[in-house]
Design a protein around this ligand. Structure first.
Ligand code: IPE
Ligand code: IPE
Ligand code: MG
Length: 246
């Protein structure tokens, strides 16, 4: 029996977040350029998005480029931006066919203008789609996001539009880039590293973490289904004890 058949559809995670890591090492292991790894990573992303769509996952949020990734060699940064542009433009038709809405989080204004324009266009073209929301985290880091949320709340209080006592977990969440999305129940990291690398720190406070040695270009929908099966075997206690759960 494949992993897909083992999934209990009534207990699917509503939101899955992925740190798509390992493109460079995957390519290097085969004596190829890192760019080949990134291009192959796009194939995995398309397959995983299709997998989410097949089983009915409502939100998929993928780490595509971190704030820290700006520190990579300029050639690699440029290549990633070009790959982003060509992928977004090539995928609009498929996204619409599969009823998937494209969304982006992060410091989008820091991206090259062509990226901003094409991203905006693709988001508008897919804005009416309802089966799944695919969010690309671009120039994203969680500490950046939390600081900008704090600033927005401070401004509301300063301008007399909000009482300081109304700052709570819910109003804080509403200033994050993931507003209107449930927190991810499952966070997957490929590529063998056991770290979070500044991703969705607030949102994964109670998320289930799944680490795999598989490099991102080798990660396909069947691997996603395997991660979901693993997730469904876990007992989420949220501070309680087993006997309190029904
Ligand atoms: C993840 O793969 C993709 C991005 C960070 C853009 P890497 O490029 O980090 O690949 P490794 O970790 O060096 O193998
Ligand atoms: C995390 O991968 C960011 C993305 C996958 C976009 P990195 O390869 O940049 O992470 P670190 O620096 O090794 O932690
Ligand atoms: Mg990496």
């Amino acid at each position: 029996m494949g992993f897909k058949e083992q999934i209990d559809i009534s207990r699917l995670p509503e939101h899955i977040a992925i740190i798509m890591d390992g493109n460079g090492r995957w390519a290097k292991n085969q004596g190829k350029f890192r760019s080949f790894g990134h291009e192959s990573g796009v194939v995995s992303l398309k397959d995983v998005v299709e997998g989410c769509s097949d089983i009915g996952v409502k939100y998929l949020t993928v780490y595509a480029f971190s704030t820290e990734n700006w520190n990579r060699p300029i050639e690699e940064v440029n290549l990633l931006m070009e790959l982003l542009i060509s992928t977004i433009n090539a995928e609009i038709v498929t996204l619409n066919k599969n009823n998937i809405r494209l969304n982006a989080i992060g410091d989008i204004a820091s991206l090259p203008q062509k990226c901003i324009d094409d991203l905006k266009h693709a988001m508008e073209e897919t804005s009416k789609n309802t089966s799944c929301t695919l969010t690309l985290a671009l120039s994203y880091s969680s500490k950046w996001e939390i600081v900008q949320a704090a600033k927005k709340l401070a401004l509301l209080v300063k301008d007399g539009k909000m009482d300081i006592n109304d700052i709570n977990e819910s109003s804080f969440s509403s200033q994050l880039t993931t507003v209107n999305m449930p927190d991810p129940e499952l966070l997957i990291r490929t590529g063998g590293e056991h770290r979070i690398s500044n991703y969705l720190l607030w949102q994964i406070a109670y998320g289930e973490l799944y680490f795999t040695e598989t490099m991102w270009p080798d990660f396909m929908k069947e691997d996603l289904f395997e991660a979901i099966v693993d997730y469904q075997k876990r007992e989420r206690r949220f501070g309680k004890i087993s006997e309190q759960l029904n």
